[in-house]
Each structure stands twice: as C-alpha cells, then as structure tokens.
Design a protein around this ligand. Structure first.
Ligand code: ATP
Ligand code: MG
Length: 508
C-alpha cells in the first residue's frame, strides 16, 4: 500500500493468515482492496516449492479419498526427515497454510472467496488487477494480479476441475458451479480472450436475499411487497427484466418464496442459482457437450429441459434466464395454465416483449396476454447524505401486461422520495380478474393488500428475514389469515406503530 494511503477497514478472512484490508488515497478518495496475507520469506517460499516438487515426483496419487491437507502434512514431514531439512515451527505453519490454500482451497483467490462481503470476482487478463464487487464499497481494484499466462492457466484449470469441468485450448470456454455453489465462467489462454485468460465468479449466498431483506434495503416498499405476494400466491406469471447484475435472479428467487409451499416447482437454469425452501422442488441444470461423437456427452440445453419439464407437470415452471427458443416452450406452458417465471435481459416491459416476440425467442403475440407481470430492476445512483453518490438496486417499474403494447404501470419508482409510487389500482386488470376468481371485489383485495403490507412490516420489525422462516410465515398467514393478522396487528401496536402509519397510500 502506498505510504500516503489510509486504512479504511481491516477484517479477518482466514485468521491469523489472511485479512481483508480496504485502503484509501486521501487525495483522490480512490479505494483499493488488499488481501493482506502472511508472507513467505524467500527461504520459506523456496522450501515450499521444493516440498511440492518432491511430493509430486515421489508420491503416486492417493487411491482413496484423503484429506489433502493431512496428506501433504504427513508426506512433507517424511520428506523433511529424509532430506534432513530443519525448519522452525512458524515457517511450517505458514507452509501448511499455503499448501492448503493451493491444494484444497481456491488458490490465490481464496481470500476473496472467503470474504462474505464480496459478490463478484473478475479477472480480466494477464497483468491486470482482479476486480471485485464489495457489498459495502461497490467496485474495487484488488492487489491480486496474474503476472503471466501460466498463473492464470493454473488457477483456471484448478477452478474448472473443482467444478467438474474440463478446460483446454480445444475447449477454451468453461461455465460451471464451484464448491459452495459459486457460479464460474472462464476463458482459457488467449484462444478467445486476447488479453489472456479471464475468470468471473458470481458468489453464491447460502442464505438468499429475501423480500424482507429487499424491503430493508429499500429495493421495494411494503405495499409493492404485499401486492406481489397476493399475486404470486395466486400463481401469477411474471418476468424480471434488467441489465447484467441488476438483481434479476435475486428478485426471481424472492418471488418464488411468495408462492404456496405445496406447489410443485421446477427450475431450469444453466448454472444453479435458485435456492428456495419448497419441498416439492425439482431443479434441472443444462449441460455443455465436450465430445461430439460420444453419445454420453450429448449437450442438454435449456430447450431440451423445458420440453421434458412439461411432462413433469409442474405448477410453476421457472427458467432462470431466457435467451432462445426455450422462451417459446415456456410461454406454451403458461398458456396452458401453468405458472411460469423467468428473467430476461432488457430495459423495461416494452423492450422485453419486443425481444420475446422476435427471433430467436419467437413467442407468438397471442401468448403474451398469458404473462401477468413484468418487474423491471435497475442499478441507480442516489445522492449519499455525506456527499457523492451511492449505487443501489431498485424495482423501478411493475407493469401488468394485457397484450403486446398494452401495459398498465401499477408501480413506478420515484427518485426524489426513493420509493415506489402506487398508481391507481382500479385499472388493474389482474386484480379485477383475481377478485372475480375469488368471488370478492377489488376493494376487498385492496384491504387484503393493506393487511399483507402490515404482515411484512411486522416480519421486518421481528427481524424475520430468513427464507425458510418467511416461507413458513406466508404459509401460516394464507392458511389462517384472521388469527395471524390479529397477532400481527397487536404486536405492531406493541412496537409503537400505529394503524395510520401502517396504512400506506393505496388508491383506487
Ligand atoms: N437488492 C440487492 N441488494 C444487494 N445485493 C443484491 C441485490 N440484488 C442482487 N444482489 C447481489 O448482486 C449480485 C447480482 O445479482 P443477480 O445475480 O440477481 O443479478 P442478475 O441480474 O441476475 O445478473 P446476471 O445478468 O449476471 O444474471 C449478486 O451477488 C446478488 O447477491
Ligand atoms: Mg441472473
């Protein structure tokens, strides 16, 4: 770190061996992320390389599953004795740390993989620093740089192997799932990436972002949450649109949590990212092909999976991201009464439907009215209280789809209040259809939305945010609405929240 820079924050990644450090240039305010790792002295580094060399040449690969760290420790100790090498215990501990990091864990990027604040890791070639997306500080350059092609080759081969995939000059693109369900996309050597191999990792969250987390982060407000919950519970079909990394898959996952627990859900993805608590959930993941002549290595694409999924009779069919002809089959499914959800790369409802109805997706315009809702997510800049700007994710529009070119915008994000403004819901065709189906009136449904809005506020105040807890709460509310609501209302008063504060503006 340059001598004039200041430390902003430092926290352990793998104590006492590695720490994260965020540092700032006081003049430009530029920040950088340092993986602060215990250094090996020149002698230790040489010894480590020698030991790896000896073990590589003298040992055959273990036949059964062994713990590689233990295996290394035992055999390295034998080698030390054999060649009469003496080392202090401190050096030995450090060497074992690096052995584990490189043989079992994620190698040079292990620290980044351990940092729960990091969402994305991207290495864009040789001689360029690795960049990360940090939950607190957004995009940051790191102090990790691959100096030569061989460094990238090693880590790419290692990561591909860890995700059970193969990468080589013949197959220079790899997409897979790393241990811990992190999503990997990499290119090998300079075959398709002239700056050198690239690695992109989207970190998986064991504990997905839920609707309550999103309310806490102000991605949406309670009223929009309640409206969405009511429609999702009644099996609305929806697509989430936005740019890369805008939070489409995350919102899709949160929407699924709002559906009934007994629904049969079938998810189809290229890399598994969806994570829900439903017990009747089957996940299908597409497969790349490696050899063309070998029958067993046949490619299985999203299209093949969507076709087979139809025979599995799902209540809700989910395609992680539609790009091609699988969209056509998905819309066939929803036109025959299945629930359906997907994400799509587009700017808003209009451009999403343009994309859906043109090649290669080619969904017939007659199928579009079967789509109920389009959620548009975007990363937007907001002024930070202390000056400057902060990038946040927001649901900026919710449109009800009637047909091609006929949408009703029911919610729209307003930058000045940083909240979604509810448009008059009397034009909501989806609510009037639902009211008819349930044999009640639209005003009844609006009352229901207000009640659910309170349930969400209650969950937020109780700090109920985990997807399993929430699925349970939603199920409880739907099966025993009166009792659950009575409890919620009473407790909310206990939190000092009055009915007037709770009743958000819902216009008819
Ligand atoms: N509202 C949010 N607040 C904070 N982090 C979020 C939010 N939504 C998503 N994220 C994080 O941002 C990253 C990208 O989100 P996500 O995968 O949902 O985006 P995406 O639009 O589906 O991206 P892609 O186009 O690559 O599929 C993830 O690491 C996710 O955890
Ligand atoms: Mg996605």
């Amino acid at each position: 770190m340059p001598p004039t820079w200041e430390t902003v924050e430092r926290y352990p990644l793998n104590a006492p061996f590695s720490y994260a450090m965020i540092a700032k240039d006081p003049v430009s305010s530029n920040k950088k992320y340092y993986v602060d790792e215990v250094p090996l002295s020149a002698t230790e580094a040489a010894l480590y390389t020698t030991l790896l060399g000896i073990l590589e040449s003298e040992l055959s690969a273990p036949r059964s599953q062994v713990d590689p760290r233990k295996y290394f420790a035992e055999h390295a100790a034998v080698a030390l004795k054999k060649y009469s090498i003496q080392i202090p215990i401190i050096s030995w501990e450090k060497i074992l740390y690096f052995a584990e990091r490189d043989l079992v864990q994620f190698g040079v990027i292990d620290g980044l993989m351990r940092d729960i604040y990091i969402e994305d890791i991207s290495a864009d070639g040789v001689g360029r620093p690795i960049f990360i997306y940090h939950r607190k500080y957004q995009n940051l350059e790191t102090n990790i740089v691959f100096k030569e092609d061989l460094d990238v080759d090693n880590i790419t081969s290692r990561l591909s192997h860890m995700s059970g995939k193969h990468v080589s000059t013949a197959f220079p693109i790899v997409q897979g799932t790393l241990p811990g369900r992190h999503r990997l996309a990499a290119t090998f050597r300079r075959e398709v990436s002239p700056h050198g191999g690239t690695i992109t990792i989207r970190k998986f969250r064991e504990d997905p972002i839920t609707i309550i987390d999103m309310i806490n982060l102000n991605v949406l407000n309670h009223t929009l949450g309640a409206y969405t919950w009511l429609l999702m519970e009644n099996r609305a079909t929806a697509i989430v649109v936005g740019a890369t990394g805008s939070g489409k898959t995350t919102l899709l996952n949160a929407l699924l949590t709002l559906t009934r627990m007994n629904s049969k859900i079938l998810t189809i993805e290229e890399v598994q990212e969806i994570n829900i608590a439903h017990s009747n959930w089957a996940a299908l993941v597409s497969r790349q092909s490696y050899a063309t002549s070998d029958e067993t290595a046949k490619e299985v694409g999203l299209f093949d999976l969507v076709k087979i999924a139809m025979r599995m009779r799902p209540d809700i069919l989910v395609v992680g991201e539609v790009r091609g002809e699988e969209a056509y089959v998905l819309f066939q499914a929803i036109s025959t009464g299945h629930g359906g959800l997907c994400t799509l790369h587009a700017d808003d409802a209009d451009s999403a439907i343009q994309r859906l109805t043109s090649k290669p997706m080619d969904v017939a315009p007659a199928f579009i009215p079967f789509l109920d809702l389009v959620f548009t997510v975007r990363r937007v800049s907001l002024p930070r209280p202390g000056g400057g700007f902060i990038t946040v994710r927001r649901i900026i529009y919710v449109d009800e789809v009637n047909s091609v070119n006929d949408y009703v915008r029911v919610f729209e994000w307003e930058p000045s209040s940083d909240s979604q403004i509810t448009q008059p819901l009397k034009k909501s065709a989806k609510l009037s259809r639902l009211a008819k189906d349930l044999g009640i009136t639209v005003p009844d449904l609006l009352t229901e939305i207000r009640r659910r809005s309170m349930v969400l506020k209650w969950a937020q105040n109780k700090n109920l945010r985990n997807f399993r807890q929430l699925s349970q709460l939603f199920e409880e509310y739907v099966s025993r609405p009166k009792e659950t609501y009575a409890k919620v209302e009473k407790e909310l008063r206990g939190f000092g929240i009055t009915a007037a504060e709770i009743a958000e503006e819902i216009k008819l």
